[in-house]
Design a binder for this molecule. Sequence first.
Ligand code: GLP
Length: 235
Amino acid sequence: MRIVKVKNYEQLSQMATDIIAGRIRQKQDLVLGLSAGSTPILTYQLLAQEHQQTGLDFSKTKTFNLDEYYGLSPTHSQSYRYFMEKHFFSKINLKKENIHFLNGLIKNPSKECQKYEQEIKKAGGVDLQILGIGHNGHIGFNEPGSSFNSKTRVVKLDRQTIITNSRNFKAAERIPQKALTIGIQTIMSAKEIILLAGKNKKRIISKVLKSEITSDIPATVLKKHPNCTIIVEMN
Ligand code: GLP
């Protein structure tokens, strides 16, 4: 696991953009694993700028998003699908059929999750996975205690995650208590991983670095990955 320390959010986002754009230029049909959350917003903006200004071409790129709230429709303003449309998909030339997302409204979630795993396999696996990190060390919605062998599934959200993420919901809205997420094993099978951590994540990142590999801090599993970079804002 490589750690790259950057001075500010702009540098973090530029570095992530350069890596992602570079991989797409090397392999047009790149399979890209994407994350919602506030941290990658500027990266998505910069990638969209690359598309508009230099013609960075997403027409063959396939994307798989990490997670989605269970119970939210794709058009709900707090759904991750809505977030990705707003910040990224609507600004680039990704083909609709190449966008893969877990459906938060699905009646039979375990079937949906199995289907997602199969779709990832069929696409040849994820080439580059973008991750964020929760204050409790979660990756995707793999909360502390998640098995390292876990695959895509429905999970109950941690209390801390519900509290943290509730800032995005209106007061009267019911905050989802469950989510669909790709598993830790699924994340680890990506060929390359980049985890983005803003300065608000300094504490959990130093905990990850100091700690042994443990399911109590899910992100520690990344130490076992052969090609994982953590870009962390440290100023
Ligand atoms: C959320 C998502 C994660 C994301 C993380 C960090 O709960 N499930 O995929 O990486 O929290 O989000 P943020 O970047 O907003 O801090």
